[in-house]
Ligand binder design. Sequence first.
Ligand code: ZN
Length: 434
Amino acid sequence: MYENINEELLDFLEQSPTCFHVIANIRKALKDAGYEELTEGRVWNLQEGGKYFAVRNESSVIAFRIPRKDFTGFMIAASHSDSPSFKIKTNPEIAREGYVKLNVERYGGMLMAPWFDRPLSAAGRIIVQEDGVFKTKLVNVDRDLLMIPNLAIHMDRTANEGHKYNAQTDMEPIIAQGEAGQFMKTIAEACGVKEEDILAHDLFLYARGRGTVWGINREFISAGHLDDLQCSFADLKAFIDSESTDSVPVLAVFDNEEVGSGTKQGANSTFLEDVLSRIGDGCGKSAEQMKAAAASSFMVSADNAHAVHPNYADKADPVNRPQMNKGIVIKYNANQKYTTDAVSAAVFTQICASAGIPVQDFTNRSDMPGGSTLGNISNSHISLNTVDIGLAQLAMHSPYETAGTKDTAYLAEAVRKFFSVSFRDEGQGMWSLK
Ligand code: ZN
C-alpha cells in the first residue's frame, strides 16, 4: 500500500522546514481528505460520522473521527512537529568586519558540527495586522541564503581533536557583505508584506537541499527532521487511510518536544485532554462514561529511536540493538522515561504481528541516561495505556539524519492496523483488542 512512501516523505520534509510548515502541510492533507477544521475559541458542534481537527499555535494539531457517539475509547497516535535548530533572535543582525551575520540561539539539543559549511536558509512565521486582526503568515526564503563557515585547519591545528562549540560566538551564520538592515527586508519580500508591517516573528534556520535515498541497495534515507517527521508522516498516512471502528481514532502532533514539551501547545499542555473532553461533551458522554472510555484507550507515542552505529557499537545495550529496516522499535526504560510496560508492549506487539510488521526492542545501556519523549509527559495530564516506539535512525539531531527505507511503510501499516482495533479494559488484569 505504501510503495512510494519514501519519495512522499522526502516531498513532505522538503516542504516542512519548520514546525509551522509541518502543521500547514498536515492541515492541507486533512482538508483534502474531508476533515473539518475546528477553532478552539468557538463552540464545537460534533456530529456522528464527523471528521475533524483542531490546531493550536499553528504548530500542534489533533485530528479525530467520531464513528459513533457511543464510542468505547480513544486510539491515539502521537508524535512531534519540531526538530532541533537555531532560532533567529529578535533584532537579528550583527555587522562585523564587513560581513553581516545573524544572531541565533539554540532550539533543542542539536549536534552543532554538521551545521558548518552547508547552505542554510530561514523559515518560520511572522505576525502582521490586517483588517483589525493579527494574522500568521508562513515564510520560507526558499534559496541558499546563509552559511556558517568553519575556521581553516591552518588557524586551529587542534581542530580534529574535538572542538567545544560556543553557541554565541562559533555559530553565527553569515548572510551578506556590507551593511546591516537587509535580513528582515528579505523576510518581508519572501512573504509579500512590507518590512514595517512585521510585528513579530518565530524564524529558524534550516539546512538546504532535498533529502536522498542512498546505499547499494537503496537501504537508507537521509534528510533533515526525520526525528520526528518520519513518524508524524507515517501516522498521518495511517490515520487518513484507516477504517473506523468502535473507538475514536486520534492523530496528535505536538510542538516543543525538543525543549521539554512545557508550552501551551506541547505534550505537557492541556491540548489533548481538552480535545478528548470536548469530544466527550459533543457525544453526550457523562464524566463517568469518559473515565471508562479513558481506561479503554491506548496511545502509541512515536518518536525516533537510535539504531546501533557500526563505528560506535559499544554505545548500544549489549542485547537490545535496533537496526534500520528491521522494523518498529519498542522503547523500554525502567524509570519510565518511556511509558512502555508489559501490557502496552504485549498489545502493540500483537497489533504489529497481525499486520505482518516486524518489531525490535530498544533499551539504553544501563550506564547511560538516554533521552525522553512524549508518552510519559502526556500521561501526566491524561493517563492512558501507552507504548513508546520509534523508527531506528543514526545521527539523531544532526541537520541531516539517516534512517531505513523500509521502516516508514512499516510504521504506516502498523498504525493503520492500530486504528482498526479497539482496546478494552476488561478488569481483573485483563485487556482485549476487538
Ligand atoms: Zn524526537
